[in-house]
Design a protein around this ligand. Structure first.
Ligand code: GAL
Length: 421
């Protein structure tokens, strides 16, 4: 469903709308209200850095945090506020949905901050284009997350007599050994976006970057229903058998905690998972391993977080918006935020010295993938397709994960989902 339709169908009652409006009437001048979904341990530490910077500039931070991985709940909350005519100052929105919100006419022009900060020169084109609506900056990029990682507990690996997997055969061998040794092989949370994260990483690992691009970016019907997609679902079906029965509804960070605590051996997740390991005082290479998911070492699925600015009336709040955008792009913020978040800075001039081996690998692999044409936008994380297509695809993938649906039926349904308008 398109954003516009969603806005219509999510109409809030007049009572709610009035309540929301009067709440926002109390908005303090030098204040930014920021909607985000960074609520796990590592995420909260990261966003606290932005709050600190804003407060050091005399601007009050009004936290509008909506828990729920990948922002599923945050989007609903944002829609309600926009419909009520009282959008927050800024919100965590990314990828093609920035264009969708732009079309609604509700995003603010922050060219002044971008020009002063030379964003056009600093940012890779793929990033700056996403941050612009009709040629004007409306959002500030925060980071680059790599999605196609496998997080491994080396202790579990050792106790199971398994080795770090790089191929699917090695992966299933390690999973078997972990299960036999009494561990949960794969930590997973059964939520649509987590299911889709595992699915797209599997697609990349089984079919490679070209296949991924044709199927999940270009939405080519023949590729979506072809033998490689069937093989992808077959592999996903096998992965399913190593997930414990308590996974439905589990939050991603609780799944990561299972790997941290040695209850489970491995997790497919983007590098926001590293934020959890780091917040728990764990060291890469020693307490946990970050390895590209099986078959994906030469590819890179990216997920760029950004903060979009909404049209606000008060000149003070508009000024505060530019301060926020400038702070987000500052090298100081990019460094500290990404050290906590598990991601890498979006600007290339941030020193590498404080970053750990996983981040350095991410930086190097991203550059190599960009050259080799194997750098792909994450479908599961709203980088690749419209929110309507993404939503329809997530429904299919979740259905596959939670039923006895065949790979053939899933591939057909996915191809149909790709036609959603
Ligand atoms: C991603 C988002 C990350 C992280 C994760 C879990 O979509 O880009 O910043 O928050 O979801 O919520």
């Amino acid at each position: 469903m398109k954003l516009q339709q969603l806005i219509k169908t999510t109409m809030v009652t007049t009572v709610t709308a009035t309540a929301l409006l009067s709440a926002s009437a109390a908005v303090n001048a030098a204040q930014v209200e920021v909607l985000h979904y960074w609520t796990s341990g590592g995420e909260a530490k990261s966003v606290a850095e932005l709050k600190k910077i804003m407060e050091s500039k005399g601007i009050t931070w009004k936290d509008f945090a909506v828990a729920g991985g990948a922002g599923e709940n945050a989007t609903t909350a944002l829609k309600a506020r926009v419909i009520a005519g009282s959008p927050p100052t800024a919100a965590q929105i990314k990828g093609p949905s920035i264009q969708e919100w732009g079309q609604e006419g509700v995003l603010a022009n922050i060219d002044a901050a971008a020009t002063a900060g030379k964003w056009d020169t600093l940012l890779p084109k793929v990033v700056s284009n996403t941050m612009k609506y009709q040629g004007h900056y409306v959002a500030a990029p925060v980071n680059v997350h790599r999605v196609n990682w496998l997080w491994v507990n080396p202790e579990v690996l050792k106790k199971s007599g398994a080795k770090t997997p790089t191929t699917w055969a090695e992966f299933f061998d390690a999973a078997d050994k972990m299960q036999k040794a009494g561990f949960i092989a794969i930590a997973h949370g059964g939520q649509p976006w987590q299911d889709a994260t595992v699915f797209e990483t599997t697609a990349l690992g089984v079919g490679g970057a070209d296949f991924y691009n044709k199927a999940l970016v270009k939405l080519d019907q023949a590729t979506l229903t072809g033998p490689t997609m069937i093989k992808t679902f077959d592999t996903l079906g096998k992965i399913k058998t190593y997930i414990d029965k308590n996974s439905p509804g589990r939050d991603w960070n609780l799944a990561t905690a299972m790997v941290i605590n040695g209850k489970a051996g491995m997790q497919f997740m983007g590098d926001w998972a590293k934020g959890e390991f780091t917040a728990a005082g764990k060291q890469p290479g020693k307490d946990f391993l970050c390895v590209p998911a099986p078959g994906t070492a030469k590819s890179y699925t990216y997920n760029i977080d950004s903060i979009a600015m909404f049209k606000v009336k008060s000149p003070e709040e508009q000024k505060a918006q530019l301060v926020l955008a400038t702070a987000i792009m500052s090298p100081e913020f990019q460094e500290i935020f990404n050290l906590n978040k598990g991601s890498i800075p979006v600007r290339p001039d941030v020193p590498r010295s404080k970053f750990d081996s996983c981040a350095i690998e991410s930086m190097d692999d991203m550059a190599a993938a960009s050259k080799a044409n194997t750098l792909e936008p994450s479908m599961a994380h709203g980088m690749a397709v419209s929110s309507a297509v993404q939503g329809a695809m997530l429904d299919v993938i979740s259905k596959f994960m939670n039923s006895t649906m065949t790979s053939q039926a899933a591939a057909q349904a996915l191809a149909k989902a790709a036609k959603t308008r």
